[in-house]
Structures are given as structure tokens and as C-alpha cells.
Write a protein that binds this ligand. Structure first.
Ligand code: 4NP
Length: 157
């Protein structure tokens, strides 16, 4: 059973959206003085061991966060016991997480934008195959979600 609040962000490749969500949430947690553990992972294994996509690194840097030291990894069954919150960036990754959750998994599963009242059920769109500008939209989306999640955790949820 996980004690301290801990949050794992999950997308497909763990090189674009979930590292950005991790960085945005670290920043919000810092602002609110939350004592949380934070990580990110992917459901697909193509980029395991790699740093975030250079476009993700650039948008994070532009917004004051350095993510070049992050390395992609796969989500594992143990993550469901280790983390108190597992937060998916879109519905297909949430479905994968639901299907791989072990019976003794205690983590609360949700979509990132479920924490934003007006955006419940919305996905953070995958920017990987799109234009560079898509990463600014990703940053805005993950920041909105991260702020709402940090407030929810500060409120004890
Ligand atoms: P992410 O984006 O899930 O936001 O990290 C992707 C990165 C890589 C791939 C797909 C999505 N890929 O197919 O390699």
C-alpha cells in the first residue's frame, strides 16, 4: 500500500505528453508546497530508455522546466501498488491501464483532464506526428490538468 502521495503520468510513448505532464505537475506541486513523488511511463515500448522528444524538451525549457534527464520506461503492474494516483493522458491509455491493473492494485486511475471540471473525459491530444506548434497546445493542456490535480491533492483527494 502506497503511503505518501505519488503520481504516475502515463501516455503511449513516454516521450511527449507524460513527461510534459510530469514536469508541469512538479512545477505546480512545488508552488503549492506538496510533498509528492512524481514519475511518468508509457504503455508502448518503442522509446524505452530514450530522453523526451526534442520538441517536448524545447517546450518545457521555454516554460522554465528542464526534462532532458528524464528517460522513457514502460508502466508495470507494480506501479499500481507503488503509486497512489495513476493519471492517463488519453482514453486509450486509460483502457490499457484498466486492463493491466492487478487485483491488489490500489492506485486511483483517472484521465488528467478529468480533474478540470469543464474538460472531464477529454484527451490530451498526441502531438508526436504533428507540427511543432502542437507542443504548445500540449503544454497548455497538461498545465491546466496539473494545476487542477495539484489542487485536488492539496484538498486531500
Ligand atoms: P506520447 O507520444 O505518447 O505523447 O509520448 C508518442 C510518442 C511516440 C509514439 C507515439 C506517441 N510512437 O508511435 O513512437
Amino acid at each position: 500500500m502506497a503511503a505518501k502521495t505519488s503520481v504516475l503520468f502515463v501516455c503511449l510513448g513516454n516521450i511527449c505528453r507524460s513527461p510534459l505532464a510530469e514536469a508541469a505537475f512538479r512545477a505546480e506541486a512545488r508552488k503549492l508546497g506538496l510533498d509528492v513523488e512524481v514519475d511518468s511511463a508509457g504503455t508502448g515500448d518503442w522509446h524505452v530508455g530514450e530522453p523526451p522528444d526534442r520538441r517536448a524538451q524545447a517546450v518545457a525549457r521555454k516554460n522554465g522546466e528542464e526534462i532532458g534527464g528524464y528517460r522513457a520506461r514502460l508502466v508495470t503492474p507494480d506501479d499500481f501498488r507503488r503509486f497512489t494516483h495513476i493519471v492517463a493522458l488519453d482514453g486509450s491509455n486509460l483502457s490499457v491501464l484498466r486492463s493491466m491493473r492487478p487485483s491488489d492494485g490500489t492506485a486511483k486511475l483517472a484521465l488528467l483532464l478529468d480533474y478540470v471540471d469543464e474538460r472531464r473525459g477529454e484527451a490530451v491530444a498526441d502531438p508526436y506526428y504533428g507540427e511543432e506548434a502542437g507542443f504548445d497546445t500540449t503544454w497548455a493542456d497538461v498545465t491546466e490538468g496539473a494545476q487542477a490535480l495539484a489542487r485536488a491533492i492539496a484538498a486531500g483527494q
